[in-house]
Write a protein that binds this ligand. Sequence first.
Ligand code: ADP
Ligand code: MG
Length: 156
Amino acid sequence: MPIVAFGLGSNLGDKAENLRQAVIQIEGRIGRVTAHSALYASLPWGYSSENTYINACVAVETHLPVEECLRITQEIEIGLGRLTKSRDGYQDRTIDIDILCYDRLIVETNELVVPHPLLHERLFVLEPLAEILPEWVHPVLGRTTVELLKTLTEPA
Ligand code: ADP
Ligand code: MG
């Protein structure tokens, strides 16, 4: 069965509880959670806010196609009180669920880009992802998550 990895983030309300609820719903609607990272604290990325983030990643075994995973995670976001999408820049949110990777599948449509285009540039994504899928090889960059993390933290 394919493995899909989700990046979770929250910077409003009970952040750890928002992540926990998201994982429960992912487990109920998408598939079995095979790995869960630790919770990581991070600062808002790409915009300024006094509300810091909690981030985590989960790996899930699923029989659903990746487009269906996106549709369901967007429903979960709305159900957990996510009010607006990021259009004109980033905003505070109760929950953000991004699809980081789906096996070594490459998707590039208007609605969905997989692997997530900023995965290799964000420490708050790569750190938890490397914790749960250290050997996953990025299908475009040809590097493992551990290698990508090293590149980000030890610039040449
Ligand atoms: P962001 O996560 O960048 O803050 P949003 O969560 O508001 O932004 O998502 C904006 C749009 O990004 C979604 O409507 C979705 O169609 C699109 N998108 C493209 N690729 C992905 C992906 N890998 N995971 C989640 N959403 C994605
Ligand atoms: Mg998102």
